[in-house]
Design a protein around this ligand. Structure first.
Ligand SMILES: Cc1cc2nc3c(=O)[nH]c(=O)nc-3n(C[C@H](O)[C@H](O)[C@H](O)COP(=O)(O)OP(=O)(O)OC[C@H]3O[C@@H](n4cnc5c(N)ncnc54)[C@H](O)[C@@H]3O)c2cc1C
Ligand code: SF4
Ligand code: SF4
Length: 448
């Protein structure tokens, strides 16, 4: 007797939900593995149904949830036939699959809440922690759970109260002398014991030196996923954390999920997320915990802390409000003087592209971009910078971007608020001179 012909289960087709596309730059198109998406002149996708294989990649990557799956009438008919074919064997397999799924659902359901690690040194918080509370609040609202701060250190209760002013409603605190200076082992112990006891769904940490060290260690110990250096975070309909970051040398933006493990961990670089507003009157609950680890159990000892705060040349481009940045178009190290003059007039700092660093014109700590720093100043003036994607990811969230470039086709103009096409060696000194004149006329010492 002929075996009944195996019918392949249809996967559906993608379709655009009217008025929801925000024309994000064709992320759906770049995610599609079979070129089933074309873009119209408004930057919205057109799905070619005959090519679509129903992989759902476009649906998952869309930041505006503008795409959904549907079954064509033919697919619906196949589904109906499959339903009819389902025999006992099918039911048994389905039951097994169901029990696996139920187990996973049960496991995932134990984890609730969004946690933000409050990084500190000598009780001075890293600003990125408050930035993370800002985005954490949005995630917590989507998940309808609490936003919690995790404060680890010695004499750090003040930071719990500060975390409440930035949106946390609860703080888990481990306050012990052994935690005074950051060392991986005791911090790891403190963090993991909190996670094992209270089971958060999402954990966010700053992608600083300390944060990177701790996040990697915690994720390894808990055997869960960690996405480093995220530039975007969101929640999907399955309560999954959507972790977006540049991939393949910054040429594409990848959205990463952690489907089967908890907590879902992500680190975010300073200045990528905006600061939340502060409510000085906000209060919350502090949960105090201890660790069993003793000083003699810790192999590393801090003998001396040498501060680099007095380092004369140290400039924090990450925290600057005005940045004048130069690229390969500056032609030489000496020419950066004209950028310094403009920065001085604005009360800002000079930064650069990687090309200028590679050429030895600027120190590496001034580099903006994917392998440099992320900046978010009020004004970013890009001089002789072409606007490669690896540079843009580090500065495109600046409040206002002014680009000066003699090539009118340069990609930097795509993100610029104001673009000036011309020779920077004429334009930059002219702007500096104009600011000086305005200041002299007004008699004010500062331009805002
Ligand atoms: C893995 C990886 C990571 C990277 N990370 C970074 C990073 O963190 N940061 C970063 O910046 N890059 C990074 N890059 C390098 C990046 O791809 C580009 O090569 C780099 O940003 C280009 O620098 P640029 O714009 O200064 O130089 P160019 O691309 O050479 O552009 C110079 C621009 O100056 C203009 N110009 C020349 N003379 C004048 C003039 N007189 N007046 C006005 N305009 C003028 C030109 O028209 C041109 O647009 C990375 C690359 C890779 C592969
Ligand atoms: S569902 Fe998959 S194959 Fe279909 S359009 Fe989207 S990405 Fe392309
Ligand atoms: S990913 Fe979404 S928002 Fe972006 S172009 Fe496609 S449909 Fe529009």
């Amino acid at each position: 007797m002929d075996k009944p012909k195996k019918i392949k289960k249809p996967r559906g087709k993608a379709s655009l939900i009217p008025n929801k596309c925000i024309a994000c730059g064709a992320r759906c198109q770049s995610a599609c593995p079979v070129e089933a998406i074309e873009m119209n002149e408004k930057g919205e996708p057109i799905i070619l149904l005959d090519k679509c294989i129903g992989c759902q990649k476009c649906v998952k990557i869309c930041p505006a949830e503008a795409l959904e799956m549907f079954f064509t009438p033919e697919e619906k008919e196949i589904l109906r036939q499959l339903e009819a074919q389902k025999g006992e064997a099918g039911a048994a397999v389905a039951e097994e699959a169901d029990s696996e799924e139920t187990k996973l659902k049960k496991f995932l359901a134990q984890y609730r809440g969004v946690w933000v690690f409050v990084e500190q040194t000598d009780c001075i918080p890293a600003k990125v922690s408050w930035e993370l509370l800002g985005v954490g609040a949005q995630l917590a609202a989507s998940l309808q759970v609490e936003l919690c701060a995790v404060v680890i250190g010695h004499n750090v209760e003040r930071l719990c109260h500060e975390a409440f002013t930035y949106g946390a409603t609860k703080a888990y605190m481990v306050d012990e002398p052994i935690l005074h200076h950051y060392r991986t082992a005791p911090y790891l112990e403190a963090f993991c014991s909190l996670v094992e006891k209270y089971k958060p769904e999402v954990v966010l940490m700053g992608a600083t030196g300390l944060g990177r060290d701790l996040a990697g260690a915690v994720a390894t110990r808990l055997r869960t996923g960690l996405t480093a250096d995220c530039t975007g975070l969101g929640i999907d309909e399955k309560r999954q954390l959507l972790q977006t970051r540049p991939a393949f040398g910054g040429n594409i933006m990848a959205t990463i999920f952690c489907e089967q493990r908890r907590p879902q961990m992500a680190s975010v670089r300073p200045h990528v997320m905006s600061m939340p507003s502060k409510n000085e009157n906000a209060t919350g609950e502090i949960i105090r915990e201890t660790i069993t680890m003793k000083e003699e159990d810790v192999l590393t000892k801090v003998l001396e802390v040498i501060s680099d705060a007095s380092h004369k040349d140290s400039v924090d481009i990450g925290g600057a409000e005005f940045i004048v940045s130069g690229g390969r178009g500056m032609m030489s190290k000496e020419n950066f003087k004209i950028l310094q003059d403009l920065a001085d007039e604005l009360g800002g700092v000079v930064a650069s592209s990687r090309s200028a660093v590679d050429a030895g014109w600027m120190p590496v700590e001034r580099q903006v971009g994917q392998t440099g720093k992320t900046v978010r100043p009020k004004i970013y003036i890009a001089c002789g910078i072409s606007g490669a994607i690896q540079h843009l990811v580090g500065m495109q969230d600046s409040d206002l971007i002014i680009a000066i470039n003699r090539d009118r086709e340069a990609p930097i103009f795509e993100v610029a608020t104001f673009g000036i096409v011309g020779d920077l060696f004429q334009i930059v000194p002219a702007i500096t001179e104009h600011i000086r004149q305005v200041k002299t006329q007004r008699g004010t010492p500062k331009v805002c």
